[in-house]
Ligand binder design. Structure first.
Ligand SMILES: C[S@@+](CC[C@H](N)C(=O)[O-])C[C@H]1O[C@@H](n2cnc3c(N)ncnc32)[C@H](O)[C@@H]1O
Ligand SMILES: [Zn+2]
Length: 401
């Protein structure tokens, strides 16, 4: 018998395995809980609720699917908190999870809208979408979503479907296991101060290719990055022509460890022949190459604005306290994603400078005519069209004041 406990997230109260009882003193959420529920992923789910609400401002959805559901909390929250009359299917291989989800469906009076099935996510995604494809699929697994991606895309409505994916295999995506990244996501990861952006771009590059092999295009809507995971929201649509033209958005990022210079190059260019201009004279590198990965946009500004409106229309106390600021920062950085973000503390370490406040450096670069933005990726980083060299000079000039 699973020891259960009642939890509340947002407007949704549900049952799951008692996390404290099973984790003991360690406070570490273990993957082998009788039913998996990680309260620390609430921010991820809060953002997911808002991004689904945002999607529904321009699209209608009839059905959604969460193929790896655990306690069901994510989908239960969609059903309870997102306006709309859609139905939902949830899958899990774990019989205890299926039992708890069934209880939750009854407790929340969702019998007419929700169904849970036990089995392998990949098989069920394909079989359960045969009669009617899903309008939204949310893949939130342990570790990598890669094994589920093809089935998830094939289960989506070809006229346009929302796909959200979480990846928690950060050592792979962030350069510790570069060869694993190559076989799992089709591109090399590297270690760099903007490694979380590389992680997101590797994941999106992989989604682009799997969408492409199914004759679909991929429109990035939003991404979310924290220390523990990255998450992407994209719209997938059967559209070969757009998929072909999006090939320009696949490429590599070159990064010099010696001077922190970066360079983004489309895959089609012969990047071996393209000169690399270091940010410091006589810099000897080494230069690392990440990718192939997605070098296109990461956000859709309108989608973020709609999410922000949904947040403002709702009771803020129901959401994680970081939500409003994250949305603001995403909106700021959404039009400046052509350049990887620059971590100011790493740059200051490199040049033995004292980091100024983010505000001061942003103002200083703005005064010099550059576009600048904060980034939700890190409080110590910025996005700008200024070069690394120009940012370094701006920091040095602030120190002289
Ligand atoms: C990270 S948990 C899901 C958490 C959930 N999405 C949430 O937001 O709370 C991953 C779940 O996938 C289930 N699982 C693992 N492999 C599976 C497979 N091949 N098919 C279906 N479910 C699977 C596990 O039992 C576990 O409940
Ligand atoms: Zn260099």
């Amino acid at each position: 018998m699973t020891v259960e406990r009642e939890y509340t997230e947002g407007r949704t109260t549900f049952l799951s395995a008692d996390v404290e009882y099973y984790s003991g003193d360690k406070k570490q959420i273990r993957a082998n809980l009788p039913v998996f529920y990680n309260p620390r992923m609430r921010l991820n789910r809060d953002m997911s609720v808002l991004f689904l609400s945002s999607y529904l401002r321009d699209n209608t959805i009839r059905s959604l699917c969460e193929p790896l559901t655990g306690s069901g909390v994510r989908t239960l929250r969609y059903l309870k908190e997102v306006p709309g009359n859609f139905t939902a299917k949830m899958f899990d291989v774990n019989p205890n999870a299926v039992e708890v989800v069934q209880k939750n469906i009854r407790l929340l009076n969702l019998e007419n809208r929700a169904k849970v099935l036990r089995g392998d996510a990949r098989l069920l995604l394909l079989s359960e979408s045969r009669e009617e494809r899903f309008d939204y699929v949310d893949v939130d697994p342990f570790g990598t979503p890669a094994p589920y991606l093809n089935a998830a895309i094939q289960s989506l409505n070809p006229d346009g479907g929302l796909l959200a994916l979480t990846a928690t295999d950060m050592p792979v995506l962030c350069g510790t296991y570069q060869k694993v990244a190559l076989r799992r996501y089709g591109g090399f990861s590297i270690k760099a101060p903007f490694v979380h952006e590389i992680a997101v771009r590797l994941l999106e590059g992989f989604v682009f290719r799997v969408a492409g092999l199914n004759d679909c295009s991929m429109l990035p809507l939003a991404i979310l990055s924290t220390d523990h995971y990255v998450r992407v929201w994209v719209k997938v649509e059967a559209d070969r022509e757009r998929a072909n033209s999006q090939a320009e958005s696949l490429g590599v990022i070159r990064y010099c460890e010696g001077c922190m210079q970066t360079q983004t190059i489309p895959q089609r260019a012969r990047y071996e022949d393209i000169a690399f201009e270091h940010a410091i004279p006589d810099c000897r590198g080494p230069i690392r190459i990440a990718g192939p990965l997605w070098i296109g946009d990461l956000f859709n500004k309108e989608y973020l604005e709609h999410a922000q409106e949904s947040f403002k229309d709702d009771d803020a106390s129901l959401y994680h306290k970081r939500v409003p600021r994250i949305l603001e920062e995403m909106l700021e950085e959404s039009t400046l994603t052509d350049f990887p973000f620059i971590d100011l503390h790493s740059l200051c370490d490199l040049h033995n400078l004292t980091p100024p406040s983010n505000y001061d450096i942003l103002e200083c670069l703005k005064d010099a005519g550059h576009s600048v933005a904060r980034t939700h990726f890190s409080p110590t980083a910025i996005r700008t069209n200024a070069s690394v060299h120009e940012v370094t000079s701006a920091i040095a000039s602030l120190m002289r004041r």
